[in-house]
Design a protein around this ligand. Structure first.
Ligand SMILES: [Ca+2]
Ligand SMILES: [Ca+2]
Ligand SMILES: [Ca+2]
Length: 736
C-alpha cells in the first residue's frame, strides 16, 4: 500500500519542482485542493493547567489522497521539538522552560505528497510550575581571624593572670580554645569576650607560648600568632621558723635524793616539732654523750664525783637549735655512807583487839565483856572497879587506845612503860562508840607497855565511871570523825529527802540523818587516805549504793537482826592522799528480812596523814582567853580548847614538814588569823557554817622545810551572821 502511494507521489514531485520556492501555504491556496489533513491536538486538553514535562499529542485525519510526512508541534507559534514523522505524533514538553501563564499549542501536519501544511486548532493551556528553589547559599570557606590580646608578647607574668583573645569571622565565631605550649588550656570559650584565667604558679618558671584557636560554625579554624611570655613566680615561702624550745624535766633521781653507786638518770622531753637530743649535765658540765632517742637516760656512776650535794640538769634540743635546760635536781652523793635506813612503818596501823594476847586485864574479875555496841571486833571490855587495869604490850613509835565514851564513862589513868602520862576523862555528853580515847606518839621504836587503870573517878557531869577498852592501834592512825552535819556533806533532794537531826537513838554527837527516799543521796567531799561511813544496822534498815570517786561499790546491805548504832557500814582504806568524793544513795531496796529501806548517815571517819597531837599537848602554848577541856560536842578524843576572845592566841611548836589545824565550824564559830613561824599565812579564816562541823581541818600547810616550826592561831573576830567568835583548837596533825 505504501509503495503504491510512493510511486504516485514521484510523479507529483517532478511536477512541482519548478515551483518549489513558493510558500506552501500559498501553494495550497493556489492549487486546487487535492485533499486535506485534519490535525487535532489530543493532549493536553484546551484550558488545562500543566506543569513539569507533559506529552503533547496530536492526531491527523487524512482527507483525500494526501499523506502525512510529519507533524511539527508549536508553542506560541514557535516550533516545539523536532517534527514527528510517524504516528502517533507526540512531543514531550518541558513546561518549566515556559513562563507560568497562558500558552498556545498547535500542531502543523505536513503533507508528504505536495508538502502542503495543515495547522490544528490552537489549544490554550496554563503553565503553572512551582517556582524554582532558591540557589544554595555559597559554602562558608572563610576562616575566622584571631589574635591573643593579653598578655602581651614578651611579657613577664606571675600569679594568676587573664589570658584574652579577640576573634572575628565573616559568619560568626563559634569558640576560642586557648593553648599553652600547644596544649589545650581550659575549656573552649564559646562567647566573647574570649578569656581564661591562668594561675601561673602551676607552671614552671620560664618561657611559655600562648596561642588561641578560633573556630567558626563551618569548622574553619585559625590559630593565632603565638604570644611568648615568661613566667616568673617567687619561690614558696619557707616554713615558719621553729622558735618553740622543747620542754624537759628530770624524772629520776628525785630532787633531794641521796644516791650512790650507778644510778640511771632519766628525763622526759617534749617539743612541738621534735626533740633531737637530750644532754645530761652534772653541776653544769656535760656528762656523757647526748642521748638522741627517747626514753632519755644515762647511767651515772656516782663514784666519778665527790660526795656531797650536786645538781643534775638535762638540756633538750630540737632540730631548730632551740635548747631548754630542765629544772635542776639536787642530789646528795654519798658513796661512803651507810645503807639507808629501812622505810618507815606503814601509815595504816595494825589493830589489836582487847582479846589479843598482848592485852592483859587485872584483876580478872574487874573487867566484863560487852557486845551491846558495834565495837571493833564485836566486843569490848569495861570496868568500873577502881584499880582495875589493862596493859597492852607493843612495839612501835605510837599507840592509840580505842574505846568508848558517854555520860556514864569515867576517868582513867594512863601510863606508858610505868610512867604516868595523864588522867583521861572519858566523859561525853553523847555516846561515841569505837573512838580514839588517848594517843601516845613520838616513842622510841622499841617495845612498850601502855597501862590503863580505872580510877573510879568521874567528871562532875558524869553519871558513872565506866572505862571501856575496845582495841589498840599501833602505830596510831590519824582519824577525824566528821558528823553528818558537816558542811562538806551535800544532801539531795534538798527538801524532804532526808530526815535531819534524828534523836531516836544514841547517835554519834546525838543526831543522825535518816532517809527512806529512793534516790536520796548524801555526798561527802574529803581529803585523806581512808574513809568510813558510820551509820546503823538493824531490822529496819535497807540497802545503800555507795560510789567512791565515781566507782560504784558493792551494795551495802545494812540489815541486821539486832540494832547496831554507830556501826561502820562501809570502809575503804589505802586511798591516795588527795581529795575524794563518797556518795551514799538510798536505793529503796532492802534485805528480804528487813522491814524498811531506811539508810542512816551518822558520821564519817576520815583517815589522814600525820600524827595527831591533842589540844592538851604540852607543845601548845595558850595565851589568855582560852577555855580548856570543853566536852559539849563530839571532839577528837573528847575535848577541845576554845576561845571567844578577840586577840586570844595559841601557838604550837612542832617538828615536821607540815601541819593541820583541827578546829571546828558551826553557827557560833569565828574568824582566825594563822601565822607560820611568825608570818601571817592566812589572815582571815572564817569558820562560820550554818551546820555543826566538829573536827574540821580549818587550816593545812605542807611542804615546809624539815625542821622545827611554830603555828599560831589568833582569834580576830566573827562573821556578822555568826552568833559568836568561838575558835576551837581540837588537835594538830603534824606531818613528818
Ligand atoms: Ca574490840
Ligand atoms: Ca552524828
Ligand atoms: Ca581534842
Amino acid at each position: 500500500m505504501l509503495e503504491t502511494v510512493n510511486r504516485a507521489c514521484t510523479t507529483a514531485l517532478i511536477a512541482i519542482l519548478a515551483i518549489a520556492w513558493i510558500p506552501h501555504q500559498a501553494s495550497a491556496q493556489l492549487l486546487p485542493p487535492v485533499g486535506s489533513l485534519i490535525v487535532t491536538i489530543t493532549s493536553p486538553a484546551s484550558g488545562s493547567t500543566v506543569s513539569g514535562a507533559v506529552p503533547v499529542s496530536a492526531s491527523v485525519s487524512i482527507v483525500g489522497a494526501l499523506t502525512v510526512s510529519s507533524v511539527q508541534f508549536q508553542l506560541d507559534g514557535a516550533n516545539l521539538g523536532a517534527p514527528d514523522t510517524s504516528a502517533p505524533y507526540s512531543v514531550s514538553w518541558d513546561t518549566t522552560g515556559a513562563a507560568n501563564g497562558s500558552h498556545t499549542l498547535s500542531a502543523v501536519a505536513r503533507d508528504g505528497l505536495l508538502g502542503l501544511q495543515f495547522t490544528s486548532a490552537p489549544v490554550t493551556v496554563t503553565v503553572n510550575n512551582a517556582p524554582p528553589p532558591p540557589p544554595p547559599p555559597p559554602a562558608d570557606t572563610t576562616p575566622p581571624t584571631v589574635g591573643v590580646t593579653s598578655p602581651s608578647n614578651g611579657a613577664t607574668i606571675q600569679g594568676t593572670v587573664p589570658v584574652s583573645a579577640s576573634a572575628s569571622d565573616n559568619v560568626g565565631v563559634a569558640g576560642v580554645q586557648f593553648r599553652i605550649d600547644g596544649a589545650n588550656f581550659g575549656a573552649e570559650d564559646t562567647s566573647a569576650p574570649y578569656s581564661v584565667s591562668w594561675n601561673t604558679t602551676g607552671a614552671v618558671n620560664g618561657s611559655h607560648t600562648i596561642t588561641a584557636v578560633a573556630r567558626d560554625a563551618a569548622g574553619n579554624r585559625t590559630t593565632s600568632a603565638p604570644v611568648t611570655v615568661t613566667v616568673s613566680n617567687a619561690p614558696p615561702p619557707p616554713p615558719p621558723a621553729d622558735t618553740t624550745p622543747p620542754t624537759v624535766s628530770i624524772t629520776s633521781p628525785s630532787n633531794g635524793a641521796t644516791i650512790h653507786g650507778t644510778v640511771t638518770v632519766t628525763a622526759d622531753a617534749a617539743d612541738n616539732v621534735g626533740v633531737v637530743g637530750v644532754q645530761f649535765q652534772l653541776d653544769g658540765v656535760n656528762g656523757g654523750p647526748e642521748d638522741t632517742t627517747a626514753p632519755y637516760s644515762i647511767p651515772f656512776d656516782t663514784t666519778s664525783t665527790s660526795d656531797g650535794v650536786h645538781t643534775i640538769t638535762a638540756v633538750a634540743r630540737d632540730a631548730a637549735g632551740n635548747r631548754t635546760t630542765s629544772a635542776a635536781v639536787t642530789v646528795t652523793v654519798a658513796n661512803n655512807a651507810p645503807p639507808p635506813p629501812p622505810p618507815p612503818p606503814p601509815a595504816s596501823g595494825a589493830r589489836f583487839e582487847e582479846t589479843d594476847p598482848s592485852v592483859t586485864f587485872t584483876p580478872n574479875g574487874g573487867w566484863s565483856q560487852d557486845a551491846s555496841r558495834p565495837w571493833s571486833g564485836g566486843g569490848a571490855a569495861f570496868s568500873t572497879t577502881p584499880g582495875a587495869q589493862v596493859t597492852f604490850t607493843f612495839t612501835g613509835t605510837s599507840v592509840t587506845w580505842i574505846g568508848g565514851r558517854a555520860t556514864g564513862t569515867g576517868i582513867a589513868r594512863v601510863s606508858l612503860d610505868g610512867v604516868v602520862l595523864r588522867d583521861v576523862d572519858t566523859y561525853s555528853k553523847t555516846e561515841e562508840v569505837r573512838v580514839s580515847m588517848f594517843t601516845a606518839s613520838g616513842l622510841a621504836n622499841t617495845s612498850h607497855t601502855l597501862t590503863i587503870v580505872a580510877t573510879g573517878q568521874q567528871n562532875a557531869a558524869a553519871t558513872a565511871a565506866f572505862i571501856i577498852v575496845d582495841a589498840f592501834d599501833v602505830p596510831t592512825v590519824t582519824v577525824s570523825r566528821l558528823q553528818e552535819t558537816d558542811p562538806d556533806i551535800a544532801y539531795s533532794p534538798a527538801v524532804a529527802g532526808w530526815n535531819q537531826g534524828d534523836t531516836s537513838r544514841a547517835w554519834s554527837a546525838g543526831i543522825a540523818a535518816l532517809s527512806t527516799t529512793t534516790g536520796a543521796q548524801a555526798t561527802f567531799n574529803f581529803t585523806g587516805t581512808g574513809i568510813s561511813w558510820i551509820g546503823a544496822r538493824g531490822p529496819q534498815t535497807g540497802i545503800a549504793r555507795v560510789t567512791l570517786d565515781g566507782v560504784v561499790q558493792p551494795p551495802v546491805d545494812t540489815y541486821s537482826p539486832t540494832e547496831q548504832i554507830q556501826a561502820e557500814v562501809f570502809a575503804q582504806k589505802g586511798l591516795a592522799d588527795t581529795s575524794h568524793t563518797l556518795t551514799i544513795e538510798v536505793t529503796g531496796q532492802q534485805n528480804a528480812a528487813s522491814t524498811s529501806p531506811l539508810i542512816v548517815v551518822d558520821a564519817f571517819e576520815v583517815t589522814m596523814s600525820g600524827t595527831r597531837h591533842q589540844d592538851t599537848d604540852p607543845a601548845i602554848a595558850y595565851g589568855a582567853g582560852w577555855i580548856q577541856d570543853n566536852r559539849d560536842k563530839a571532839y577528837s578524843e573528847g575535848a577541845t580548847a576554845e576561845s571567844n576572845t578577840v586577840g586570844a592566841q595559841a601557838t604550837i611548836t612542832f617538828t615536821g614538814t607540815g601541819i593541820r589545824w583541827i578546829g571546828a565550824r558551826g553557827p557560833q564559830t569565828g574568824i582566825a588569823r594563822v601565822l607560820l613561824d611568825g608570818n601571817v599565812v592566812a589572815d582571815s579564816i572564817d569558820t562560820f557554817a550554818q551546820t555543826e562541823g566538829p573536827q574540821h581541818a580549818d587550816f593545812f600547810a605542807s611542804g615546809l622545810a624539815a625542821g622545827t616550826h611554830t603555828l599560831t592561831i589568833q582569834v580576830t573576830g566573827k562573821n556578822p551572821i555568826s552568833t559568836d567568835a568561838w575558835i576551837l583548837i581540837d588537835a594538830f596533825d603534824v606531818i613528818p
